[in-house]
Design a protein around this ligand. Structure first.
Ligand SMILES: [Zn+2]
Length: 134
């Protein structure tokens, strides 16, 4: 099964053209944001709209088929942030251009997706200067 063009357009609009994990706007990326399965097909995730999200290339490559990781604070196995089930601002905040995880899911996702890699922090600095906020 492939995701229809209509479904891709719906997901892009629903996400307001921003990565649903790191909130990077599509306009700031040379490589197009992608429609991704939150729960991958390997884990029997469906093509339903509720299992799809918009994802920047960086987050997509780092997430891969993962659905869980380790919370760096508790060292416990933790489900990843789920864009359809978890409000972003309850699980993350931006501080000094870094994405900070506020929950176990948030912390595990920040780590796995390497959201604070140097280039990503530098890009956020430029975006914030231009008036962007997550
Ligand atoms: Zn991202």
């Amino acid at each position: 099964m492939t995701i229809s063009a209509e479904a891709r357009e719906f997901v892009r609009r629903r996400a307001t053209d921003a990565c649903e994990y790191c909130r990077l706007p599509a306009t700031s990326s040379v490589l197009a944001h992608q429609v991704d399965h939150i729960i991958g097909r390997q884990h029997r995730g469906s093509d339903d709209l509720e299992n799809l999200c918009l994802c920047c290339i960086h987050c997509n490559l780092k997430k891969g088929p993962n659905i869980a990781s380790i919370d760096p604070q508790t060292r416990r196995i933790t489900p990843l942030y789920h864009p359809r089930q978890h409000p972003w601002f309850r699980h993350f905040k931006l501080a000094e251009f870094h994405v900070i995880g506020l929950s176990a899911e948030g912390r595990a996702t920040v780590e796995l997706l390497d959201m604070n890699a140097e280039q990503r922090v530098q890009l956020r600095q430029v975006l914030v200067r231009r008036g962007w906020s997550p």
